[in-house]
Ligand binder design. Structure first.
Ligand SMILES: C[S@@+](CC[C@H](N)C(=O)[O-])C[C@H]1O[C@@H](n2cnc3c(N)ncnc32)[C@H](O)[C@@H]1O
Length: 203
């Protein structure tokens, strides 16, 4: 499947009807989701692999991984409503090899896996939420693909944390998120902010 085709498919998936600002529940835009998945695909981390999507929400990354040939995918989210839509979305995308699990990532225990993909909360609402996800991702996955806030201070912080967690950043790609207004406190039609897409491996 071409990247553009994947992007269009993912963009069409149903969004969360009632997103929570506290859980930072916005969908990864289709172009960013496709870029992260293709980064993983180009490193051999998708096709035939066992993959976890932490904070899977309505399923965009997990479904994209299945469409690119992932062998078995587990999507984890704390919110049952998001998972209901994720199930619907996977049926609509005609993929069957995804298991959806409701759990809090902070006390999640799963066996080691090939690849972890994630667009975690950025820790804007709950300080440190992004690091909880990064910690778990590196605990479970040999190869981790993760999206984080793209500001210099955060980059330095992520680099330090990754080292401490025993990982190594091999790729960092700068992108821009475009999120339509969706929370009560949003006053603009579209919000734009810089993000970084990382590939991190265990040392
Ligand atoms: C930025 S959204 C990304 C959603 C989805 N991965 C996507 O790409 O569209 C972050 C997700 O993390 C989930 N989340 C937040 N805190 C969590 C926690 N402690 N455990 C599990 N999921 C959590 C939210 O419910 C939300 O779906």
């Amino acid at each position: 499947m071409k990247k553009k085709e994947l992007e269009i498919k993912l963009q069409k998936l149903e969004p969360h009807p009632n997103p929570s600002p506290e859980l930072e529940q916005y969908m990864t835009p289709g172009d960013i989701a496709a870029s992260l998945l293709y980064l993983a695909h180009s490193h051999g981390s998708i096709k035939g692999k066992k993959i976890y999507d932490l904070g899977c929400g309505t399923g965009r990354l997990a479904i994209g991984a299945a469409l690119l040939g992932g062998k078995k995918i587990i999507g984890v989210d704390i919110d049952g409503e998001a998972l209901k839509i994720a199930k619907k979305n996977s049926a609509q995308a005609d993929v069957e090899n995804i298991e959806w699990i409701r759990a809090d990532v902070s006390n999640l225990e799963l066996p080691e896996t090939d690849t972890v993909i994630q667009n975690p909360p950025f820790g804007v609402q709950k300080k440190g939420a992004d690091m909880v996800f990064l910690n778990k991702a590196l605990q479970f996955g040999k190869d981790v693909y993760s999206i984080h806030k793209g500001v210099p201070k955060n980059r330095d912080y992520i680099s330090e944390q990754v080292k401490e967690l025993g990982g190594r950043i091999t790729n960092r790609i700068e992108k821009e998120f475009h999120i339509p207004s969706q929370f009560k406190y949003h006053t603009r039609k579209v919000y734009r902010f810089k993000v970084d897409l990382y590939r991190i491996i265990r040392r």
